[in-house]
Design a protein around this ligand. Structure first.
Ligand SMILES: Nc1nc2c(ncn2[C@@H]2O[C@H](COP(=O)(O)OP(=O)(O)O)[C@@H](O)[C@H]2O)c(=O)[nH]1
Ligand SMILES: [Mg+2]
Length: 171
């Protein structure tokens, strides 16, 4: 698998996506520090919410094969400067999360990401499973064995045990 660093505002769904890429159960988990577990490097959202995004991209992208700029489909405004992808020394892709949400404005957010200079946009829902397989296909390298054997399996809805407001019984 290519190693991907996930960069995006707090609450945009980085940690949940990381879980959805691994299994079928989602638990809320607040990210306090850069988390280097295996192929998904999860970063705290604070980088994007300050003027340090460009520098963070420049430094952390050395540790990954790909940079993923994440934005939720419900994002009220754009935080990515035009062409910020140029600060990274790796390919930069865009990932739109929460496309299942009733307030999703996926097309608008896609334009923001394209404007930031990403070379490809993935549209995902960590809850519903949409787009997870497509992301895997992109990150897959020769000889990799994926946790799922088919798109149907990978893109199935997850059981959501908790979100930032605590325990929930969604399914
Ligand atoms: N509707 C919906 N909500 C999501 C999805 N992914 C994450 N969330 C919710 O968004 C909130 C922030 O998610 P989290 O992964 O902690 O964001 P992070 O701060 O970027 O790591 C949590 O309450 C999640 O349950 C999704 O695919 N769909
Ligand atoms: Mg997090």
């Amino acid at each position: 698998m290519k190693k991907i660093i996930l960069v995006g505002r707090s609450e945009c769904g980085k940690t949940t996506l990381k879980q959805a890429m691994k299994g079928s159960v989602l638990e809320y988990d607040k990210t306090q520090y850069v988390n280097h577990l295996d192929v998904f490097i999860d970063t705290p959202g604070e980088y994007v919410q300050s003027k340090h995004l460009g520098h963070a991209l420049a430094v952390y992208s050395y540790e990954a094969d790909v940079v993923g700029l994440l934005a939720s489909a419900t994002e009220p405004y754009n935080l990515f400067p035009p062409a910020v992808s140029a600060m990274a020394c790796r390919p930069v892709i865009g990932i739109i999360t929460k496309i299942d949400h009733e307030d999703a404005r996926t097309e608008l957010v896609e334009n923001w990401l394209l404007n930031a200079g990403v070379e490809k946009v993935f549209k995902v829902s960590s809850y519903e499973g949409d787009g997870i397989w497509e992301l895997y296909e992109y990150l897959k390298e020769e000889g990799d064995v994926l946790p799922w054997e088919s798109k149907e399996e990978a893109n199935r809805p997850r059981k959501v045990h908790s979100d930032r407001n605590g325990e929930i019984s969604r399914r």
